[in-house]
Design a protein around this ligand. Structure first.
Ligand SMILES: Nc1nc2c(c(=O)[nH]1)N[C@H]1C(S)=C(S)[C@@H](COP(=O)(O)O)O[C@H]1N2
Ligand SMILES: [Mo]
Length: 200
């Protein structure tokens, strides 16, 4: 892994004029939002799976996952409840890196992320195949804190943060959309903060 930081905080230029999306306020706090508290996990038995419409389904132990090529990025974080946190430094494996290893079938169009607390969230495949979608294990130079999703979480700086599953343990490539936890409760499928896609 390199110590260089890739700065992706300018990705907003693809979506809008302002780094701070409409209706958001900037905070330096990092609030914790979890549907049901922090689950237990044990790195000795922790497993991560890649399933569904792929050439090869994959399973990783914690050690195997940590051996994958990783990237260090500076990103912004936008919560649908109205706060944004700038300049978060995450280290992890990019979604395209993982997708390439599995070999995604042409019919795959959506992705469902699952997590140790039973949380799920889905995104269109094209929204996942971006270098800034990371499976991250470090935040601001430390191991990712458990309440923020450690040992491993997804970050989606181009989307509201509910698209980033904390305690992620699986990715399923889907040939048709399948709604996740908040999407079933009326939140947006695509969740673009610069279009204020909060609800469906
Ligand atoms: N597994 C899991 N991931 C989750 C959630 C959750 O409840 N469980 N909450 C989501 C929501 S609604 C938000 S805003 C972010 C919050 O991340 P944070 O607690 O690190 O701020 O995590 C998302 N990922
Ligand atoms: Mo949220």
């Amino acid at each position: 892994m390199t110590d260089d930081v890739t700065d992706v905080t300018d990705l907003y230029q693809e979506f809008g004029d302002d780094r701070l999306p409409p209706g958001q306020r900037e905070t330096t706090e990092f609030p914790v939002l979890s549907k049901s508290g922090t689950p237990d996990w044990d790195l000795d038995t922790w497993e991560f799976t890649v399933t569904g419409a792929v050439e090869e389904e994959l399973t990783f132990s914690w050690e195997e996952f940590r051996d994958l090529p990783s990237d260090r990025q500076r990103q912004d974080f936008h919560c649908v409840t109205g706060w944004s946190k700038f300049d978060c430094e995450f280290v992890g494996v990019s979604f395209p890196e993982l997708a390439e290893r599995a070999g995604v079938h042409d019919e795959a169009c959506h992705v469902l992320f699952s997590a140790l607390d039973g949380y799920t969230t889905d995104l269109p495949l094209e929204d996942c195949l971006r270098e800034e979608v990371l499976f991250a294990w470090a935040f601001d130079g430390e191991d990712l804190p458990a309440d923020h999703g450690g040992p491993l979480r997804v970050v989606t700086p181009h989307k509201y943060a509910y698209k980033g599953a904390k305690w992620v343990d699986g990715v399923e490539f889907l040939t048709e959309p399948e709604l996740g936890y908040w999407e079933r409760r009326g939140y947006s499928e695509t969740a673009n903060p610069w279009e204020e896609e909060r609800y469906s």
